[in-house]
Unconditional design. Sequence first.
Lengths: 297, 246
Amino acid sequence: MKKSLLVLAAVAMTLGVAQADTLKKIKDSGTITLGVRESSGALAYTLGDGKYVGFHTQMAEKIASDLRKQLGLSSLTVKYQPVTSQNRIPLVQNGTVDLECGSTTNNTARQKDVAFAITTYVEEVRIAVKANSGITSIAQLAGKKVATTTGTTSVQTLRKHERAAGVNFEEVFGKDHADSFLLLESGRADAFVMDGQILAGNISKAKNPADFKIVGEVLSVEPIACMIRKDDPAFKKAVDDSIKAQIQDGSLAKLYDKWFMQPIPPSNTKVGLPMSEATKAAWANPNDKPMEDYAKK
Amino acid sequence: MDSWDWQVFCKDTIDGEVRPSCFGQGGDITYLDWMLSAWGWTLSVALLALLVALVVGSVMGIFRTTPSKALVAIGNAWTELFRNIPLLVQVFLWYHVLPALIPPLKEVPSFILVVFALGFFTSARIAEQVRAGIQSLPKGQRYAGLAMGLTLAQTYRYVLLPMAFRIVIPPLTSESMNIIKNSSVAFAVSIAELTMFAMQAQEETSRGIEVYLAVTGLYFISAFVINRIALFIEHRVQVPGMIGGH
């Protein structure tokens, strides 16, 4: 029993040491594994058939090609590994995924386990309601049914807000964003509280987008960034440098326009979400501050 | 994966601070409080659904063995309908589709809907087992009961069912344990049960392994207790000389 534990510990240690240098791993293997999401709105999603697209997915592909140049490799195989909210951190830690660019919020709890590149998108949690509901602020939601999605930070945001403002919502939880939106659409909920771009994306795909609108104050601000292994400064610098270069030469802004302002596949509808002031600020002063630093402002 | 952090359960769900007693005070809720409440929801859904399943399943199972062709047809239709649709799809039918067709259903709490969805799904399986139990008895038993002047209902009540139910206790035990595990689909319709707790708490605390281990333990304990209770009942009702008796 003790012996097997020792063996396990030794294996874990060698793995840990071997993985600390991601650049070497990429150079030696000639491959990089990107962690991608299947349905994180326009940030990262799949078209099926193993095709992964979106603002952050395409940015990650550009990072991979910059890494290839930096490492002097003639070719670099890019592998795609779909991840979920539940498994993304373990998969980055254990080396399955080298770079995860999707919709992961940079916060202090996660910084204990992983590191983050500079923030490339700042998410604002907002409220979507039916256009004819007359609701314009969160104060009007007291006693109403509020939908949100299980397994997201918005659930906690709502709970904190209830406590702070002394109001009471009747929360209903969808199992995914499409389900939560259905709750709003079918009238089982009066509002849907979620990340702005997810709300905008769902509304754009609704049968009649004009029936819905996004209203009220920003409930929470969350910096979204690419996730990498902890304690690997060389890899972090390489990734950060690539992102900074993309910001400076305007290609990241072009990507934003492509995914958030233009019609995107598969349905060729527009998300129609202009870049927020917070995102502009993050690009102007590249940083990897966690969510908690945003709340202090 | 450096080390375990079981203190995560003592954290408050609002400010994330560790509470010394592990239980929240004065309206505060820790993750431990939340998990125990989630366990309560899991057990409530499962036990009420089990009640529905046992009652409806027994009735449908008996229908399928009666001489009446109409009752047999009802029992068969019921069993095939609920047995051939995946459970999660049934839950969504009850939650999203039926209320769209029958507006008053919108006012029914999702808790009641999921109890019926899970109960009816399991009732189809129980109906099949009860039918098999009754049909495993020699035909002579039924004829003997009727020949003695008992009505059909009396034959079932005093001759067939006492033996059939004893025979099917083991498969019914499996169904009772399954219903605890199947109750996890309730998270999909906004019941704050263990699976929902696990998905949400791991997102908030980033300690997914601890959270899922604890939830796994509670599911195991719940199913195992059901198993022990069923075993106890099985031994208590044993009749020497009959199938399963010693």
